[in-house]
Ligand binder design. Structure first.
Ligand SMILES: Cc1ncc(COP(=O)(O)O)c(C=O)c1O
Ligand SMILES: [Zn+2]
Length: 406
């Protein structure tokens, strides 16, 4: 526990650690700051392997006290070198970080494990969250584990898996006719009347701390040498901001050098506010009207931390690119048959983006490239079922009418 304070990412105002916070008065998200000098002296990267085999092995760079931690085993997901896909697309050093193996099948487990641990530390017993889907599932799971009351708001057409998980975990679920932005307004508006704490990503400063462990793990798994490029499917972009923060922290700890990967934002054609802002050379994105994509986690029409995402992408020499739903589903099926990994449409989008950036020459075949598959394909059966429709059972499926009543 090396936290010193929290700092506004916009106006740099300082906030006391050890207290619950939402946004700064100026509207800026707060970032947790640590005494990196002290940590550098007291903790070395060689000690990490002695820690737990999950994201809490980086505990000294995470905010909760050890006794507050609510863990379901999140993190330390495999980093797998591709067997056939790399050769197919023309990338000889291609890796996939498979976040689909986390509790509740997505990387959102990391953020919510950390945030819920802090809720426990602060004695907060009632929370609300707006979600595109997977954050809701993770919120519901960790709230159940912590015995906290959770109120979940997500779009009515959210993948079935997210809805069923939340109900099974015992959350109060409201399906909203709208997008995550509409859900966020309801959560914000209900704070005073319902007395719940708002766990919206970046409006709450600890989810990003959990997500940043994706960056620590990548460095550790690659022997403390970051890759040349990282593909990240970007909705709110919080995972990308978190990894960028992790790289800065690790450099200050003396664990890695100054080399940074090209950070590549991947969005869906039907919702690409960050790509548009990147192409227009703007510091912030503008609300994307009529957002639609089967990659539900990418349906974020106006990311709160857009300026942090864009800044990291530009500083890293990266880029931002959008792909169509048809392309990303094709890529997901190709990846499954090439590698034996059934990935979320969000992760699959990165495969298409990679092909485009190799074709344009932005990336070279020998570069070390890591794709973040942020979730499991099993959570998106409706999306993949469009390619594998099943006919109603025929006569030949029936065992003489004995089992299936006629
Ligand atoms: C599977 C999946 N990938 C990516 C994202 C986008 O995450 P971020 O907010 O870090 O951009 C989400 C968010 O819901 C998601 O569920
Ligand atoms: Zn501020």
């Amino acid at each position: 526990m090396n936290v010193t304070h929290l700092e506004c990412s916009l106006c740099k105002k300082s906030f006391e650690a050890g207290k619950a916070h939402n946004l700064c008065d100026c509207g800026g998200p707060l970032l947790v700051r640590y005494d990196l000098e002290k940590a550098r002296l007291n903790w070395s990267r060689d000690q990490i392997a002695k820690g737990p085999n999950n994201m809490w092995r980086y505990g000294p760079m995470l905010p909760p006290r050890p006794e507050s931690i609510v863990s379901l085993g999140e993190g330390m997901t495999p980093l797998i070198r591709t067997r056939r896909l790399g050769a197919r697309v023309g990338a000889s050093d291609l890796w996939i970080k498979d976040e689909g193996l986390n509790p509740t099948g997505s990387f959102k487990a990391r953020g919510l494990s950390c945030a819920v641990s802090m809720l426990v530390e602060f004695g907060i017993r009632k929370v609300a969250i707006p979600s595109a889907g997977n954050a809701a599932s993770a919120m519901a799971a960790y709230a159940a584990a912590a015995g906290i009351e959770s109120h979940i708001f997500m779009p009515r057409d959210v993948p079935q898996a997210n809805y069923i998980e939340c109900k099974a975990f015992g959350s109060h679920v409201t399906l909203v006719d709208g997008l995550i932005s509409d859900c966020a307004k309801i959560v914000d508006g209900g704070r005073a009347t319902h007395g719940w704490f708002d766990v919206s990503t970046l409006k709450e400063p600890y989810r990003i701390e959990g997500k940043k462990t994706m960056g620590y793990e990548l460095a550790e798994q690659l022997g403390w040498e970051l890759p040349d490029a990282i593909f990240y499917p970007t909705g709110g972009g919080v995972g990308l901001i978190g990894m960028w923060k992790a790289f800065e922290e690790m450099e200050a700890l003396g664990w890695i050098g100054s080399k940074r990967p090209k950070m590549i934002v991947v969005q869906a054609e039907g919702c690409q506010p960050v790509v548009r802002a990147f192409e227009r050379n703007e510091a912030r994105s503008q609300f994307w009207n009529g957002a639609h994509t089967v990659a539900a986690g990418l349906r974020v029409p106006k990311p709160l931390g857009d300026f942090l995402v864009l800044d990291a992408v530009r500083k890293s020499g990266g880029t931002a690119i959008a792909v169509s739903d048809a392309e990303l589903i094709d890529a997901g099926i190709q990846l499954a048959s090439d590698e034996g990994m059934f990935v979320a449409p969000e992760g699959a989008a990165c495969v298409t983006a990679l092909q485009k950036l190799l074709a344009s020459g932005f990336l070279k075949p020998a570069e070390r490239i890591v794709i973040y598959n942020t979730g499991s394909g099993l959570k998106y059966l409706e999306a993949y079922a469009t390619r594998f429709p099943r006919q109603a059972s025929g006569e030949q499926d029936k065992l003489g009418g004995l089992i299936t009543p006629r």
